[in-house]
Design a binder for this molecule. Sequence first.
Ligand SMILES: [Ca+2]
Length: 193
Amino acid sequence: MGSTQSFPGLTEDVLEDYTSLTYLTKGEILYLMKEFYSIDPEKVQEDFHHRFSKEEILTKFHVLQNNPFLDRIFSVFSSKGDDCFSFEDLVDLCSAMSFECPADVKAAWAFRIFDLDDDGQITAKDIGHIIDRLTLGVTDNRDHYIDETSKDKIAKGILDEINFDKSGGIGQQEFKLIMSRIPEFATSFYFRL
Ligand SMILES: [Ca+2]
């Protein structure tokens, strides 16, 4: 038995709750707390629900650093919509990204991340911006730049193929169905802690 560091607020009961409410193991939750706590131990001691800024979170979770949807991830998973994460927000994100999380749960989160303008549909406009983010990435690599006409074509192709009710955009149910047919999706919406 190794010595287990204990953290104020993360009692055995709370740990049990997180384990049953998420797709994470006890070990993973403890690891997350260790990293979260180390950002600023005093702040977490003072308030278990302390919210760290995006920049502070990134200092410990490099896995997020180059994600082209970083801003969306923080916007969607921040429970107060302030681009900051409490420990629970961080746990929710890592649960959604975990290997154990079922594809339909991942799809529900991914839908919110890809619905860039938060209007409840993934439209051609969202798809155009998604393509930009995926191709330009965070490095703004112009070599992979896709012109507007090609982007419109790609967006139209995707929408024609999967917009079953021809509403102009993809709703959450359609999106879930699409994702369930693409097994690669679940593995791409995944990161290792
Ligand atoms: Ca949208």
